[in-house]
Write a protein that binds this ligand. Structure first.
Ligand code: SD4
Length: 325
């Protein structure tokens, strides 16, 4: 922002001292300021606190990568959100295990799966991306790496989620089906003022999942994918269905072929609808954004929305759905 104002003022003062446009060196017009875009932060569900955090940072000139990490951290720290980070619901054996990933505009990626006792898995994923030659670390190794990187261990099972888990244990009815009102995974895409896109996705996965289960959220191409030449996509809902269609990768590739973000999200949802006879029993939802900042979203069941921060304004945007009721 500051730089933009400075450049605007400089060109004004050049005009003021009588330099006609023919006299201004052509490079001045080719400066990146000419290509600056209005930043955007979008996220799955009505996570406006998260998009506000990211969007405000972007408007102060932060990179898409920094903004997306800090944005999703808002939900990781939110104890009321029982499917992300601290306070996330445990698996059926009482373990809180977190999955997260992050991608930067240069195509680099980092991910952690089955990570215990670390409240901000997205930041560990970023460290995997930046400090190791790998993309994904799992379980004990991911925890060991996080501790080496200075992250502090913390018990993530809150009193409330322990109570809910104990109530669940009384019946132990495990249905790997996500209730459509019960989605809270955050996937976020940020477009910064340079026009660069970064993305992140973070979750505690399905409540009372089998010990060891990992969903789509930390899988590059499934819960998140981006190509800075094209755009990005994030998914939420039944991870197994998103993984089987490599949904986010599919959407980015469809946008590369010329589809709008909306068309691409619709086609990705339709792949699942066509292939899964039980599609009415679960929800999947996608949000996509292209390099122009155009946004699309689509889901199976009505009720999904995405949060957006643009031009200082925070909004919640209901998504189109395949099923109307
Ligand atoms: C998963 N996709 O682990 C996640 C769950 C989710 O809102 O999105 N919950 O399958």
């Amino acid at each position: 922002m500051k730089r933009r104002k400075f450049i605007e003022r400089s060109s004004l003062s050049l005009a003021g001292i009588g330099l006609g446009s023919q006299l201004i060196p052509s490079q001045l017009f080719a400066m990146p300021s000419q290509n600056r875009v209005n930043p955007i932060a979008v996220a799955t569900w009505n996570f406006q606190n998260a998009t506000k955090m990211a969007g405000t940072m972007l408007e102060s000139g932060a990179s898409a990568l920094d903004a997306v990490e800090k944005g999703v951290m808002v939900e990781e720290a939110n104890l009321k959100n029982t499917t992300v980070g601290d306070g996330g619901a445990p698996d059926r054996d009482g373990n809180v295990t977190l999955d997260a990933c992050i991608m930067s505009p240069d195509g680099n990626a980092g991910s952690v799966v089955y990570l215990k006792e670390i409240a901000h898995p997205v930041s560990v994923a970023r460290k995997v991306m930046e400090e190791t030659p790998h993309v994904m670390l799992a379980g004990e190794g991911a925890l060991q790496f996080a501790i080496q990187q200075g992250f502090k261990r913390k018990i993530l099972l809150t009193e409330d989620s322990e109570k809910a888990w104990k109530e669940w244990l009384e019946h132990k009815e495990y249905q790997p089906i996500i209730n459509i009102e019960n989605h809270d995974t955050i996937g976020m895409l940020c477009l910064d003022e340079n026009g660069d896109i970064a993305g992140a996705c973070t979750t505690s996965g399905l409540s009372y999942k089998m010990n060891g289960r990992v969903g789509d959220s930390p899988i590059i191409g499934a819960g998140l994918f981006l190509d800075n030449e094209v755009g990005g996509a994030v998914g939420t809902g039944m991870g197994e269905a998103i993984m089987k269609s490599v949904g986010s990768f599919l959407i980015v590739e469809l946008m590369r072929q010329g589809k709008s973000p909306q068309e691409a999200c619709e086609e990705a949802v339709m792949r699942t609808v066509k292939k899964a006879p039980n599609y009415k029993d679960f929800q999947i939802a996608y949000v996509a954004m292209n390099k122009k900042g155009e946004i699309g979203s689509y889901c199976i069941h009505k009720g999904f929305s995405y949060a957006k921060f643009y031009n200082g304004e925070s909004t919640n945007n209901p998504s189109k759905s395949y099923l109307e009721k």
